[in-house]
Design a protein around this ligand. Structure first.
Ligand SMILES: N[C@@H](CCC(=O)N[C@@H](CS)C(=O)NCC(=O)O)C(=O)O
Length: 213
């Protein structure tokens, strides 16, 4: 059975978790405690970069959340999460890439501030500006539709929808309605980080943010 290495507060792992549930793939979840398990030899053998998520499917190992999503899509094509029209593929890829490459790094200074770590004011302000800029672009792309690719639920939702809803969306009514819609899905409800889990992981989150970002 496919093994899924994760932690319940990890945004990077959650996008894979949601995809596994949406595609109804049977899997064995394996919790990796981020306070050190990721550095142990057993997990390092699976991911030498010592990060979750990772999967092992029939002895085949994949790391990096976007690569895992691509693998799952190709290997388990029923209940597809990627469109087939060129324009729709480009749009879905644009959203997933913007989320991971542009938006996610900009949320790090905001998270640092949220958990009480020092952030230089100019860095915080620049990150807030950039986040606002990206959310405005996503708002325009969504343009009141049910999903980014019209009425088709795709990886755009899986990837953006597991990060964007954690940001303040009062100024973005389309994104807010979309986030509320996603929150109704079973896959979102099953994978949402519980306040107790977040609270328990706060020291670990602080440590990782202090050491790496
Ligand atoms: N680019 C990677 C990022 C993975 C990543 O940063 N994972 C975090 C959890 S959200 C992690 O494992 N951190 C452990 C550490 O930094 O020691 C992906 O998309 O899979």
């Amino acid at each position: 059975m496919l093994k899924f290495y994760y932690h319940p507060i990890s945004v990077n792992a959650r996008r894979v978790w949601v995809a596994l549930l949406e595609k109804q793939i049977t899997f064995e979840p394996i919790l990796v405690n981020l306070d050190g398990d990721q550095l142990h030899q057993e997990f390092t053998a699976i991911n030498p970069l010592q990060r979750i998520p990772a999967i092992v499917d029939n002895e085949f190992r994949v790391v990096e959340s976007l690569a895992i999503l691509d693998y799952l899509e190709a290997k388990y094509p029923t209940l597809p999460l990627m469109p087939i029209e060129p324009e729709a593929i480009a749009l879905a890829r644009m959203i997933t890439t913007i989320t991971v490459v542009e938006l996610q790094p900009m949320t790090l200074p905001l998270t640092r501030a949220l958990v009480g770590l020092e952030v230089e004011p100019w860095k915080l302000e620049a990150a807030q500006q950039r986040v606002a800029n990206i959310l405005q672009f996503l708002e325009e792309l969504l343009n009141g539709q049910t999903y980014f690719v019209k009425d088709q639920f795709t990886l755009a939702e899986v990837v953006a929808g597991t990060l964007v809803p954690s940001l303040p969306l009062e100024s973005y009514p389309y994104l807010k309605a979309w986030a509320d819609r996603l929150a109704q899905r079973e896959s979102w409800q099953q994978t949402v980080a519980q306040p107790a889990a977040i609270e328990a992981a706060l020291p670990t989150i602080r440590k990782i943010l202090e050491q790496r970002f």
